[in-house]
Write a protein that binds this ligand. Structure first.
Ligand code: G6P
Length: 438
């Protein structure tokens, strides 16, 4: 069995135990052995990281998994000798996410962790830090793969491929979540299902569905299973009819673009009643860490299912397994397009089905997205490209135009107000914009 060292940036994340559980399963299944796992975090995350480490040691001991779990605040120590680095950082912590969600809502626009103005603020904070970490990886373990989960994952990966040399790709649990949902609806093992995924992170589309190598796309869209999917995803009848006609299953985030008024109303009602999603997640995390900290606990808690990242470890560990064993696997990843997604620049990062082997991910050529959605994807890509430049340069005008290009933003007046509030509220995390007026 292949052995390696793994470093996890943001090791104190409440999601980390899911990853650790997956690692244990892959070891027990004879796929690979992460003999040394180093969790690394910032000083504010130390306590949580130690809690995650202790909980993981108990989980591993229970199953007889012989991995050494270490913790450190020193990234270079963590990277030294690592073959893989998983990045799942949250710059500014959950309070910054809370602001990302609250500020746009104050101005009457969608407030969301990854999409719209909230995702934009998140990108401005996370991109420079991710690039700094990438440089440290290049110096310390230049052969390592950096698997980026840090949100907004597509934008951060775009910045990494543009401004770093590290071997990297971005991941998200949304495409695998859709695949799992299809397998469940069909009542078959997920290994028998394969999907064609094309688009951008949190704006990707399943355009093809395969069962045991047979194309069942048409059957799925014409069956009641699709109605069930639509009910679950909250699309109204009319939107559902569009999706059936276009024969695409979108990432759920399309809801913000196509049902903006409804989504905004729901967000505002939720904010008034119990706060935004960040407020809710903080409550869930409190519960989770109480369980992780209990010296008796050694199994993944049920309450973890209340978080949105289900299966995130599956996609990461499937890629790691494909790379270390040079055993091809197909996963939807964020990689440089190279022509796989028609209508998007060849050099831009897209979310697309990839074949992963010992040399990493290779994007698979996709059929064109229907014109009814391609325009939206192209515009969001334009916004993403401008945002990456703004995050790297600290150019306020560029940031303004980036946000103005986001389809969820109204005109320049609101954009300027939202931008001003974002830069002001995040000033401790945005040194690149320091002292520059909006
Ligand atoms: C989905 C998205 C992730 C996001 C998560 C939020 O899984 O793909 O990008 O981080 O949901 O879940 P949360 O529980 O933090 O709201």
């Amino acid at each position: 069995m292949k052995e390696f060292k793994l470093a996890v940036l943001g090791g104190g994340s409440s999601y980390a135990p899911e990853l650790m559980d997956g690692i244990a399963k892959r070891y027990l299944g004879g796929e690979f052995h992460a003999r040394e796992i180093v969790l690394v975090d910032v000083p504010e995350g130390r306590e949580r990281m130690e809690t995650v480490a202790a909980f993981t040691r108990r989980m591993f001991a229970k199953h007889g998994v012989p991995c050494e779990i270490r913790t450190t605040l020193d990234r270079r120590e963590a990277f030294d000798g690592a073959s893989f680095v998983i990045s799942q950082i949250r710059v500014g912590g959950m309070l910054a996410r809370q602001r990302d969600e609250h500020i746009p809502l104050k101005h009457g626009v969608i407030g969301q962790e990854t999409t719209g103005a909230g995702g934009f603020a998140n990108a401005l904070r996370t991109i420079p830090v991710s690039l700094q970490f990438a440089r440290e990886i290049e110096e310390t373990c230049p052969d390592a793969w950096l698997l980026n989960f840090s949100n907004p994952a597509g934008l951060v990966t775009e910045a990494l491929v543009r401004y770093a040399r590290v071997k990297t790709f971005g991941l998200c649990n949304v495409p695998i979540g859709i695949k799992m949902g299809i397998a469940k609806a069909l009542g078959v093992d997920p290994s028998r299902v394969s999907t064609d995924v094309s688009g951008l992170n949190h704006l990707s589309f399943v355009t093809g569905i395969w069962l045991d190598g047979r194309d069942i796309t048409g059957e799925i869209f014409d069956s009641p299973l699709f109605d069930e999917y639509l009910r679950r995803e909250k699309y109204g009848q009319e939107m559902g009819r569009f999706l059936r006609k276009l024969r695409v299953i979108p990432a759920s985030y399309l809801y913000y673009y196509w049902c903006t008024e409804r989504a905004l109303k729901e967000q505002l009602a939720q904010l008034a009643e119990k706060g935004s999603r960040a407020d809710e997640v903080m409550r869930i995390e409190k519960e989770l860490f109480e369980i992780y900290a209990n010296p008796e606990s050694d199994v993944l808690p049920e309450v973890l299912k209340k978080r949105g990242g289900a299966y995130y470890s599956d996609v990461a560990l499937s890629c790691i397994s494909a790379i270390v064993n040079n055993k091809p696997a197909v996963e939807a990843l964020n990689v440089v397009n190279r022509g796989a997604v028609p209508g998007i620049s060849e050099t831009s990062v897209v979310e697309v089905s990839c074949m992963v082997d010992g040399r990493g991910p290779h994007p698979l050529a996709q059929k064109p997205l229907p014109p009814e959605v391609l325009g939206l994807v192209q515009q969001v890509k334009a916004y993403e490209n401008l945002t990456v430049e703004a995050a790297v340069t600290g150019d306020v005008e560029m940031a303004f135009f980036a946000l103005l290009n986001h389809p969820l933003m109204p005109g320049a007046d609101t954009v300027r107000l939202v931008l001003r509030d974002i830069l002001e509220a995040n000033r401790d995390h945005l040194p690149q914009f320091a002292g520059k007026p909006v």
